[in-house]
Design a protein around this ligand. Structure first.
Ligand code: FAD
Length: 438
């Protein structure tokens, strides 16, 4: 009966929209609350994702005028010499998707299967014991539900308000947060076309973060991202923009769109994603690739996993035992790799710039490692790889050993995270969790 399958989704970005359609089609009674106006949800620009996520989530590709194929990156070391161009075969290229048309496409598919309330803020959760029973709107109206899906973003106030006994991490520390400035500028027509149109700056200016510059000939603009882990002060941003402009004379001075600082989690997925009547989805569960913060593909796939868990339940669909199966699947298929990749990100951020320059120059960190880290795949070194790298990097042996230790730990960490207990048993799970969180 519909009344006993009532699902509330908080937030209406891409993962939430996909889930609304999936559950609505399966005869769940779905209501979506989004605090922004419909036209303001998501960014008014395009972002990068793997197109395979649509098929894997059981969705068709969005209309072809929503996206273009992304060009390959040239990775720029901190010293800005010896760029590494990572070529990708045409069939494997990511796409750059216009966010709002993507949301319009997903909303169009979902709208007949769910009730949407835009401009409606959810103020809090209704909690009874260790279960979530619904939400209270900012207007004071209370709405009960069998399940509340919290897709309200990295700093979810709902997750933050859960009592400690739920065992769900409430806050996202700044040290796990990527503070990101994104802006599109015009093109300086008098400057020469650059050798590489898409440049990704590793440890930009020797600081804790990355930056990118893209000269988009087709759209006639320049696309700039400045990201720092932990903090991005106005002073740092100004210096970084000056540096980008000096290094990329094509970058114009007129701001076309963007220009604000937002946040993305860059860490392993949250260690507990569910409680009775409650599930986290997307950034609220830290479902991003930790190297760069890409999260669109992760949230679409997570929507599929959660929908499958609810439509083919074991026992009470909304009980923790069943919802936990969603977390297990996410961890095994996606999250475990990201838990490993975090270590590579930490290594990159903590290694001195001259070490990264040297490793990139000697291709100790080469096409394979950069491509794998960026796409969220685990970085591994075989015995042969290590031998070749030792020969190339003998003069930096201590740093090389640190890198080798890191790649070994990535393997261990990935396999530990994937070894999450298959069935919910509180004691077993807590044992796994305390090590995962440590
Ligand atoms: C600058 C920047 C660049 C990025 N680039 C990429 C990229 O290239 N590729 C990629 O895959 N990802 C990228 N990401 C990350 C990506 O945006 C997210 O991972 C993805 O969109 C999933 O976000 P989400 O829906 O979980 O959360 P959000 O995007 O934060 O959406 C949460 C929604 O919930 C709503 N909400 C919040 N609180 C409430 C409430 N109390 N009541 C009702 N509604 C509420 C918000 O208004 C919002 O619409 C980027 C992010 C940023 C900031």
């Amino acid at each position: 009966m519909k009344e006993s399958r009532r699902v509330i989704i908080v937030g209406a970005n891409q993962g939430a929209l996909a889930l609304a359609e999936m559950l609505g089609r399966s005869d769940f009674d779905v209501t979506v609350f989004e605090k922004k106006r419909q036209e303001d949800v998501s960014y008014d620009w395009h972002d990068i994702m793997s197109p395979s996520a649509f098929g894997a989530a059981g969705l068709p590709m969005p209309p072809s005028d929503c996206y273009t194929k992304k060009k390959c990156w040239a990775f720029v070391p901190p010293g800005k010499n010896d760029y590494i161009y990572v070529g990708v075969p045409d069939d494997n290229l990511d796409i750059s998707v216009e966010r709002r048309p993507l949301n319009a496409f997903l909303y169009g598919r979902a709208k007949d299967f769910a009730d949407f309330h835009y401009g409606t803020e959810v103020a809090s959760l209704i909690i009874e014991g260790l279960a979530v029973k619904g939400i209270e709107l900012a207007s004071g109206e209370r709405v009960s539900a069998d399940l509340v899906v919290d897709a309200s973003g990295a700093r979810s106030a709902l997750r933050g308000s859960l009592p400690q006994e739920f065992g769900i991490q409430q806050t996202l520390p700044d040290s796990d947060t990527f503070f990101v400035y994104r802006a599109f500028f015009d093109v300086n027509e008098s400057a020469e076309a650059p050798q590489y149109t898409n440049k990704l700056y590793m440890k930009h200016m020797g600081e804790q973060g990355v930056a990118w510059f893209i000269f988009d000939k087709e759209k006639n603009n320049t696309d700039v991202l400045i990201g720092r882990v932990g903090r991005l002060s106005e002073q740092t941003l100004k210096a970084a923009l000056d540096d980008m402009r000096a290094d990329n004379p094509k970058m114009g001075k007129t701001l076309l769109k963007g220009g604000q600082i937002d946040i993305i989690p860059v860490r392993q997925p949250i260690s507990k994603m569910v409680a009775a009547g409650y599930a986290l989805l997307g950034n609220s569960a830290f479902m991003t690739i930790p190297m760069m913060g890409s999260g669109m593909a992760c949230s679409l796939l997570a929507a599929r996993f959660l929908a499958d868990t609810l439509t083919s339940p074991q026992g009470d669909a909304f009980g923790i035992e069943n919802l936990y199966r969603y977390q297990v699947r996410y961890m095994k298929e996606i999250g475990a790799r990201h838990a490993g990749t975090v270590l590579m990100k930490n290594w990159m951020l903590s290694a001195p710039s001259d070490v990264i320059d040297f490793f990139m120059r000697k291709r100790i960190i080469g096409e394979k490692e950069l491509g794998a880290g960026n796409s969220g795949q685990g970085v591994t070194l075989s015995k042969r790889d290590v031998f070749i790298k030792v020969v190339k990097g003998f003069s930096r042996l201590p740093e090389l050993l640190r890198l080798k230790t890191t790649t070994d730990r990535i393997k261990e960490r990935t396999s530990f995270a994937a070894g999450i207990p298959e069935v919910y048993d509180k004691a077993e799970f807590e044992k796994w969790r305390s090590e995962y969180d440590s």
